[in-house]
Ligand binder design. Structure first.
Ligand code: ASP
Length: 339
């Protein structure tokens, strides 16, 4: 029996065409994409598809769209063996991270892919990405999916979704998973690194449909101003900040800076320490420049990506957890997003 795969088209470069008037790339309908890949008919899978009525450039991605995607998966969960989401690469790592939190106990593959060149261009990377993503979502052993969970497939590599980031706007090889090994490599054969794949949950799928975006990302830089920082930290309604720190989680030790952060924490604002480095981890207390952060109650994000930190905060804040529980969940991995 062939695996049944649902293809969900949200937009992105893969299905884009050039506007006649401006020459800029803009999303185009799914029929165009399907016509460009007749190979889809020949795949040994039963393929069905759903397209967004108005496909988007993923720079217009929004938590409400993540909820829409989660609902599509929930509605079709028992009818399909796996899901492939066609998505723009710009914010794909955010969507993959968000879905990994929202789809609790996910036991089937949800593979996101897209491309750097539209499918209608002869040198497109879209065909290979699309065809192999479908093959991966359909792959089973003893009737069990080989890679359950949310993943990104791009340019011959499969990554755990909530470990990825887009790091290259020009190369076909656009994604990295700096702190977690690849889950599969596609060469002549697709080599699955099963040791790194999370075990499928045996519990029932639980779909979380609430996200809270009253948060902000604040990247530190030498010379950051007191006036601007305090006004950001005192923003009305602000619930959490991803503080992008230097190196292993370090920040200036200026008294005003530590005092402002400390006051914000006392007002109930969560400060989540995530490094600006692509690789490695926050280790609060390793240097004097991070010891104070730990003392005042800044929470270490360890080796979480900024994309996973943002979506994890949105996900957890919406659950209105007691402060201690919220802090505990931010400090530990809840679905493989931290080592
Ligand atoms: N701007 C495009 C998008 O994210 C880029 C891409 O698809 O690669 O929708």
């Amino acid at each position: 029996m062939h695996s049944k795969i649902l293809l969900i088209y949200t937009g992105g470069t893969i299905g884009m065409m050039q506007s006649h008037s401006t020459g800029a790339l803009k999303p185009f309908d799914f029929k165009h994409l399907k016509n460009e890949v007749p190979e889809l008919q020949r795949l040994p899978v039963t393929l069905d598809s759903i397209s967004f009525k108005h496909p988007i450039d993923s720079s217009n991605m929004h938590p409400s769209v993540w909820i829409e995607l989660a609902e599509i998966i929930e509605k079709n969960y028992t009818k399909f063996d796996g899901f492939v989401i066609l998505h723009g690469s710009d914010t794909m790592a955010y969507t993959a991270s968000a879905l990994s939190f929202m789809l609790e106990n996910l036991a089937k593959p949800v593979v996101l892919t897209g491309s750097q060149l539209p499918i209608g261009i002869i040198r497109t990377d879209g065909k290979e990405n699309l065809i192999t993503a479908i093959e991966i979502a359909a792959a089973q052993k003893n009737k069990k999916p080989l890679v359950p969970g949310v993943a990104i497939y791009f340019e011959y590599e499969l990554y755990r979704g909530n470990r990825t980031l887009k790091y290259n706007a020009a190369h076909f090889d656009a994604f990295k998973s700096p702190n977690y090994p690849v889950l599969a490599e596609a060469g002549v054969n697709i080599e699955y690194k099963t040791n790194y794949v999370r075990k499928a949950s045996t519990k029932k799928l639980k779909v979380h449909k609430q996200l809270d975006n009253d948060i902000l990302v604040l990247p530190l830089f030498p010379g950051i101003s007191k006036k601007i920082t305090s006004s950001i930290l005192q923003t009305k309604g602000l619930k959490a900040i991803v503080l992008q720190t230097f190196g292993a989680g370090n920040a200036p030790t200026d008294k005003w800076f530590v005092d402002e952060l400390s006051a914000a924490i006392k007002r109930g604002v969560i400060i989540y320490n995530v490094t600006q480095c692509l690789e490695g981890s926050v280790v609060q207390g390793k240097y004097e420049t991070s010891a104070q952060l730990k003392q005042i109650g800044v929470i270490s994000g360890e080796d979480i990506t900024m994309e996973a930190a943002v979506t994890k905060l949105m996900f957890l804040l919406a659950q209105k957890l007691p402060a201690q529980k919220l802090k505990k969940m931010l400090s530990t991995s809840i679905c493989g997003e931290m080592s």
